[in-house]
Design a protein around this ligand. Structure first.
Ligand SMILES: O=C(O)c1ccc[n+]([C@@H]2O[C@H](COP(=O)([O-])O)[C@@H](O)[C@H]2O)c1
Ligand SMILES: Cc1cc2nc[nH]c2cc1C
Length: 345
């Protein structure tokens, strides 16, 4: 279904050799050296570019919100979408700072969003409550995946060179925890956290709700579409679709927090090469994020104790990608007539 090219190892080798000629002790720019080599392999270019970045934010609601698993009521999803449209959220401030193209997509908010500025691609007015029935049909899961795929394609056509995929959805840490429990086989209690800020008692309730859904549906961890239909997440499906399109087009994907990384694991199930195009921006405070990153095989660039979502952690990490590629503006030892050291490390 998806057509993702293998990494360009040759471009990586060429950039690695060049980086070793730059006027610095070999390896002294640390992880930034690995990053520019990874970006060369992803883009297939000896001079990888990451600007302008694009921030694509998917919003949706979750039937399970009615059981009180979040610190906030469901209507906050729609209210925050309005805030994104007006430019008042953290991701707006940070998108502007990093010069990103920005778009908000309603893929499944439970109410209609008035006015201009939101991309209307609603598949369903929120998912069903997954303790009672399947969150959505497989057809709906596929539609949401395609919304993400198409929106990423549009942004790529507008010229973005790096994709940040954000989300907004009250109760989506419950949904992401359920998906991650199914994918990792780990105990729910080891994955759940406070999300938007619930008490320990409420975390115990959230754990029980997730365990109940998993007992009811017994999702097969090798079937991503079925898994999405059973335990859901319209925005999570759209995020996975967006990542798959970016990987097809060799556009590096900078991952955000817990929900985003869970979507990344699903994208990898749809196509194993998808993860080759991903860089983990930060480690969120949500306990499951550590597990999700390990499962994906990624070490995050930052750990700032953030737990906001929206793509904010990825936006904060983005300048590090610029630092990595700007290394290639340096001169070589030969060009600068600087003597090279003799030690081998
Ligand atoms: O990205 C994260 O790691 C993250 C961690 C905790 C909360 N969030 C955001 O908070 C919302 C979900 O939290 P909750 O408590 O409603 O499940 C959703 O809109 C996410 O964007 C995001
Ligand atoms: C205010 C608010 C902003 C958010 N941004 C992402 N998730 C969020 C959840 C809440 C509650």
């Amino acid at each position: 279904m998806f057509d993702i090219p293998a990494l360009d190892e040759q471009a990586g080798q060429k950039v690695e050799a060049h980086v070793n000629q730059l006027t610095k002790p070999p390896g002294s720019l640390g992880r930034l050296e690995q990053l520019v080599i990874e970006l060369a392999k992803m883009t297939g270019s000896h001079v990888p570019q990451v600007t302008p970045p694009g921030v694509l934010l998917f919003a949706a609601d979750h039937g399970v919100a009615k059981t009180g698993v979040s610190a906030f009521p469901q209507e906050v999803t729609a209210q925050m979408v309005m805030n994104f449209v007006r430019g008042g959220a953290a991701i707006n401030a940070y998108s502007q700072q990093i010069g990103a193209l920005f778009a908000v997509v309603d893929v499944g908010v439970a109410s209609d969003i008035p006015g201009e500025g939101v991309i209307r691609q609603k598949v369903k007015y929120g998912t069903n409550h997954f303790c009672e029935e399947e969150a959505m049909t497989q057809e709906e899961a596929k539609q949401a995946l395609l919304v993400g795929y198409q929106q990423a394609n549009e942004m790529i056509e507008q010229g973005i060179r790096c994709l940040i995929v954000g989300e907004m959805g009250i109760a989506n840490t419950t949904v992401a925890s359920a998906i991650l429990a199914a994918l990792s086989g780990q105990k729910v209690e080891q994955l759940v956290g406070k999300g938007t800020g619930i008490s320990d008692d409420r975390i115990a309730h959230k754990t029980k709700v997730i365990e109940q859904a998993l007992r009811l549906h017994r999702p097969d961890p090798s079937q991503p579409l079925e898994l999405l239909a059973k335990i859901g997440g319209l925005e999570i499906a759209a995020m996975a679709g967006a990542m798959l399109r970016a990987a097809e087009k060799r556009i590096p994907i900078l991952l955000d927090g817990f929900i985003c990384t869970t979507a990344a694991l699903l994208a990898k199930l749809f196509h194993p090469y998808a993860a080759d195009y991903m860089i983990a921006g930060h480690r969120s405070q949500e306990p499951g994020h550590r597990v999700a990153l390990t499962l994906l095989g990624k070490e995050p660039l930052l750990d700032l104790s953030m737990r906001l979502g929206e793509g904010s952690g990825a936006a904060v990490a983005f300048p590090l990608l610029q630092f990595a590629v700007n290394m290639l503006n340096m001169t070589t030892f030969a060009e600068a007539s600087v003597s090279q050291g003799g030690e081998q490390t």
